[in-house]
Design a protein around this ligand. Structure first.
Ligand code: HEC
Ligand code: HEC
Length: 160
């Protein structure tokens, strides 16, 4: 029983080795680089794009494309100070105490609740880093093509 089995295995291995060696150009084709350039070539950074919009006050809101989407920022924000632990310039216009005077939309009602849904007096600390959810816009072609269509019916974008 043992002998024929071993013989069969050896025969199969020998056949496989012959077939592999017989392949022309095996393991000789250079891989095609996915980014188009040679491995050693330095990547060229694209030109920096300017964010759209002017100073707050003159822009139309950008329509939302699905329910629960954080609205995108329609105005410029290059000149704002960075959001830090102590400072948040966004709140100086969008917070409950300031929005009327600044003619700015008030931060969402959800921003005044903690993670258990309890109503807070001030905006929740979890919402402090506004730009983690709200992003400025750039007029640039998408990096990767896609055919996403927003849920237009739920778009809440309102004109000012
Ligand atoms: C000087 C006041 C001011 C400051 C500072 C400011 N905003 Fe605004 N924001 C506005 C006004 C006014 C609008 C209404 C659109 C317009 O007129 O430009 C607006 C619109 C928005 C909207 C659109 C809301 C919607 O329903 O579509 C978002 C989001 C937003 N701002 C986020 C921010 C964030 C985040 C910051 C901080 C990086 C910020 N804003 C700083 C005044 C301000
Ligand atoms: C964790 C994500 C997140 C953070 C952080 C956050 N937001 Fe929002 N924001 C949202 C979402 C989602 C909505 C839309 C639904 C809602 O109101 O909850 C929204 C809505 C808004 C609106 C429109 C409110 C309306 O009545 O339509 C404004 C203005 C806004 N946010 C400003 C801010 C500002 C300013 C900050 C920073 C102080 C901030 N948000 C932080 C997610 C976020």
């Amino acid at each position: 029983m043992m002998k024929p089995t071993l013989k069969t295995i050896f025969a199969t291995l020998a056949a496989a080795a012959c077939w592999t060696l017989a392949q022309p150009g095996f393991a000789q084709e250079a891989p095609t680089p996915m980014r188009g350039a040679d491995v050693a070539a330095v990547d060229q950074a694209p030109d920096a794009k300017q964010y759209l919009g002017g100073r707050p006050g003159g822009q139309e809101m950008v329509a939302r494309t699905f329910d629960g989407q954080p609205p995108v920022i329609p105005h410029a924000m290059d000149n704002f100070d960075e959001i830090t632990l102590e400072e948040n310039q966004c709140l100086s216009c969008h917070d409950a105490a300031n929005y009327v005077k600044k003619k700015a939309p008030k931060i969402g009602d959800s921003h005044f609740r903690d993670r258990d849904g309890k109503l807070l007096k001030a905006a929740a600390a979890a919402r402090h880093n506004c730009t983690q959810c709200h992003v400025p816009q750039v007029d640039a072609p998408p990096l990767v093509g896609n055919d996403f269509k927003g849920v237009v019916a739920s778009a809440k974008g309102k004109k000012k």
